[in-house]
Design a protein around this ligand. Structure first.
Ligand code: ADP
Ligand code: TRP
Length: 320
């Protein structure tokens, strides 16, 4: 089984990225051949600053490796090192109905937030389909907000296969309901565009300050509290063992624990859980050559898979 997922290098990664996309993807590493990549072509739809794009790309590589991506079994690469996907994007574009792209929420959401309405932003799901179809992925682990794009990739694959013969495997999205949406400091979806994130590799001071800013209701220390509606508890549950979770749940319901104390517990469990990741990241920062080698070796393997698919697609449409 082939598993593929990508992440845009558009800023510092936060807990939503980790629990919504990274961790599920890392857990899948053992279930098949994983292809994970840094979607820097996609990032160009919203980021036009070369130095920032370069820095973000390196940071995502470090983050992924620090969090447990195993380059011995997973093919890890930069999207732009596999230029075959851009040619495949064109072959897919000519079978992609405009209506399919017009229905995508992400384009509407992004232009509503002020991102320039370019052709690249509009055609972004076709490039994403090319990423997926180029390696003949079976499974695509993504957060809920990307599910529609994987469905677009399915529709494009089906349409191409119908018109030109069976070239592409039809992929399925995989979403873990238990971690579907990680709430941010204000209780909305955690997202860098809402400035409500807790970074995966923020400094201790910044991380503590952010945890203290998580919005709660105004119940006093003595009052019993409802864990189900509390943002602090929802974040705590991401890190807690079942025993720690039921103990915290009982303390909420019993009353006598203020939100300040719950936040302190959240900070501690978060900071301790991420400690081994931080240590590995610091080590990787001292070994950037190793990181570069991993990415280049990954690109070579991804290119081989993409080349094969592209040749089949070129032949199917009559270019060769
Ligand atoms: P952001 O919303 O911060 O811009 P992205 O859209 O770049 O994040 O998301 C990158 C990946 O992380 C996607 O697969 C997305 O589904 C996942 N993700 C982002 N935020 C969350 C969240 N709050 N909860 C769960 N998954 C998330
Ligand atoms: N569009 C995805 C995001 O913004 C990143 C991405 C690009 C991707 N290509 C992909 C994810 C292919 C899964 C499969 O998060």
């Amino acid at each position: 089984m082939r598993i593929l997922s990508g992440i845009q290098p558009s800023g510092k990664l936060h807990l939503g990225n980790y629990f919504g996309m990274m961790r599920p993807a890392l857990e899948l590493q053992e279930r098949g051949q994983a292809f994970y990549f840094i979607a820097n072509y996609h990032a160009l739809t919203s980021l036009h600053d070369a130095a920032t794009l370069r820095a973000n790309t390196l940071n995502v590589a470090l983050d992924f490796l620090a969090c447990g991506l195993d380059p011995a079994c997973t093919i890890f690469f930069r999207q732009s090192d596999v230029p075959e996907v851009t040619e495949l994007t064109w072959l897919l574009s000519v079978v992609t109905p405009m209506g399919l792209l017009e229905r995508c929420h992400s384009y509407k959401d992004k232009t509503a937030k002020g991102i320039a309405a370019t052709h690249g932003l509009f055609a972004y799901p076709v490039l994403m389909a090319a990423d997926i179809l180029s390696v003949q992925a079976d499974l695509v682990p993504v957060g809920r907000d990307q599910k529609q794009h994987v469905e677009v990739a399915r529709d494009i694959a089906i349409k191409f296969n119908l018109e030109f013969g069976e070239v592409f495997k039809v992929p399925t999205p995989e979403i873990r309901d238990s971690v579907a949406v990680v709430p941010g400091l204000d209780g909305q979806k955690m997202s860098k565009s809402y400035n409500n994130t807790i970074e995966l590799f923020g400094s201790e001071k910044e991380t503590r300050a952010r945890v203290m800013r998580v919005v709660t209701d105004s119940k006093g220390m003595a009052d019993p509290k409802d864990p189900a509606t509390c943002n602090v508890f929802q974040l705590y549950r991401l890190f807690a063992s079942p025993d720690q979770l039921s103990a915290m749940d009982a303390r909420y319901r019993a009353g006598g624990m203020g939100y300040g104390e719950a936040k302190k517990a959240l900070f501690e469990i978060l900071w301790d859980t991420l400690a081994p990741f931080r240590a590995r990241r610091e080590e990787l920062e001292r070994n950037l050559d190793f990181v570069e080698q991993v990415l280049l070796a990954g690109a070579e393997k991804a290119r081989a898979a993409a080349r094969k698919t592209l040749d089949d697609a070129r032949h199917a449409v009559g270019l060769t």
